[in-house]
Write a protein that binds this ligand. Structure first.
Ligand code: AMP
Length: 224
């Protein structure tokens, strides 16, 4: 099953994508995570994308699409995958549809998580993550057991970090980009009949996940 997880920055896509990945045994592909790994490894791609990411801007479509097209050809993707943070523009959605069409494949579900802007800003400024395993915490709603430390036993000694693009000023820029460039892809998937929207306001991660599971099982029932 190929699923796209959409929604504004900070709506909880990463957290839900990890859960979908575990529940349906499909890899979680996060373009943001791939880019941050390149930056950490100081690769050529990392050097190319660092400036865009730290400024809260989108990485150019061509590079982003190439990375996703290659990643989805890897062996672990034969049974499907969950895409988190891609596509983020109509040209990316169009290009990916072309790529999948050439493979006689398609997206099964595009799940959109919705949350008001003030709740997004509140969540993102309290977000911390583990640079080693990618676990995501929230200082208010989901703090680590020990201040500043990942709960995962394999990450002992690793300090949680705040992303450089999670400052209020950069978050506002990312919100603007979402409304101008990313939100129009909802109509793109809506026209294809695969868009499903989850209202995540005031919901716990479990509550949001239950709604996502309901859409997936509805899809599986209809498909037979
Ligand atoms: P995320 O972790 O999904 O919030 O992504 C972090 C940053 O990576 C974004 O603010 C962009 O700079 C970049 N990025 C991630 N996915 C994409 C994409 N599909 N297109 C362009 N830039 C992206």
């Amino acid at each position: 099953m190929q699923i796209i997880l959409m929604g504004n920055v900070g709506v909880g896509k990463g957290t839900q994508a990890q859960r979908i990945s575990a529940a349906y045994s499909i890899p979680h592909i996060s373009t943001g995570h791939i880019f941050r790994n390149h930056i950490r490894g100081n690769t050529d791609i990392g050097k190319e994308v660092r400036g865009y990411i730290e400024a809260g801007q989108l990485v150019p479509d061509e590079l982003t699409c190439r990375i996703v097209a290659d990643r989805t050809l890897e062996a672990d993707c034969t049974g499907g995958y969950i895409l988190d943070g891609f596509p983020r523009s109509v040209p990316q959605a169009e290009e990916f549809e072309r790529v999948l069409g050439a493979r006689e494949a398609n997206i099964d579900l595009a799940i959109n998580l919705e949350l008001p802007d003030d709740e997004i800003i509140e969540r993102l400024t309290a977000r911390r993550s583990c640079p080693t395993c990618g676990a995501i915490y929230n200082l208010r709603s989901n703090p680590p057991a020990q201040d500043g430390q990942c709960d995962n036993a394999d990450c002992v000694g690793g300090r949680l970090i705040q992303r450089k693009d999670d400052t209020v000023e950069t978050i506002r820029k990312r919100l603007d980009i979402y409304y101008d460039t990313t939100k129009p892809i909802l109509a793109f998937y809506g026209e294809r009949g695969i868009l499903r929207t989850v209202d995540a306001a005031g919901q716990s991660p479990d509550g949001v996940f239950a709604k996502i599971e309901a859409f997936v099982s509805q899809y599986n029932t209809v498909r037979g």
